[in-house]
Design a protein around this ligand. Sequence first.
Ligand code: COA
Length: 330
Amino acid sequence: MSSVNITGTGMYIPAQIVTNEDMKRFVDTSDEWIVQRTGIRERHFSQGEPNWYMGVQAAKQAVGNAGVDPKEIDVIISCSITPDYFYPTIACTVQDELGADNAFCWNMEAACSGFIYALDVARSYLAVGSAKTVLIVCSENMSKSLDFTDRSTCVLFGDGAAAAVVQKGDGLYASCMGSDGRTGAALLARALPLDTPFATEKDDPKYAKYMEANDPYLKMNGRAVYRFTAHAIPNMVTGACERAGIQVEDLDLIVPHQANLRIIETAAERLHVPMEKMYVNIDRYANTSCASVPICLAELVADGRLKRGDKIALAGFGGGLTCGAVVFEW
Ligand code: COA
């Protein structure tokens, strides 16, 4: 079967650590509440490193670890919901900084599910032969989209970037993706408003899709997202395993999006998988959106915890709402 071979990973985490105790400077919260409800103990916030810079550092590390010449890269896909610019995309900036002159570069957006969706797209390019080497770069400055007066959201997220070089593999591969636009209002952030001298009907109620998004900060209905995710990971992982022709118990490791430890524990229970098979680093980084799954991969590789042939599932969920899982042999 045409699969993926992740030949290099890299990550960049801003040096500045912000503990739960530090967050008490901004909102009425406690280390106990945050740890009990989410598993988060600390996160890293940028001291000024912009999104593109973090992405470039992660990409350079991934390309170096893969041992490929940047000129061999055919496609760069970036994912981000917190870019510095709408355009040029981070992918194009990474191309410039790496000298990946032969790549075509574009940005895809599936919020926290970004890496999972991008890996599936990369696999398609590799399977049809339109690319031999794909670089995926996920970079998030979540801190700039946080309202530091809203305790229900600002404690949950962190900054970070990660990248992966993806080439064609031969083992099993399957994906299972799903989106539910009906629940879009549960997690949203506004883009530029249509506020010009010509937009005289901009306040017409028929255009009021997500009225609560009246400022640029991330808004979330935590319970609605929780309800969605409690089913999303188990359903997507089970679906991908079925398509791959394996049982969930055959998986050596599941790498879930790091949004909440309780969500990961619930997923493990529903999948009848021991927690030792669920990779967790949310305590150190909080939710870094689309960077979370590739940060986990970069750590796993650096720690030598993945062996060729291991069957792994990557699972994500996020704004949209979107969710998805891919299953493949490392
Ligand atoms: N510190 C202290 N108290 C807080 C708090 C904080 N940081 N944030 C919220 N609270 C309070 C609330 O105000 C509420 O108080 P009240 O009962 O007096 O009104 C109480 O804690 C319970 O709030 P609730 O929202 O019901 O908590 P919860 O158990 O649902 O946990 C989340 C909240 C956000 C942790 C949880 O809903 C969640 O993780 N949802 C999924 C979010 C997610 O994964 N998002 C990213 C998707 S990519």
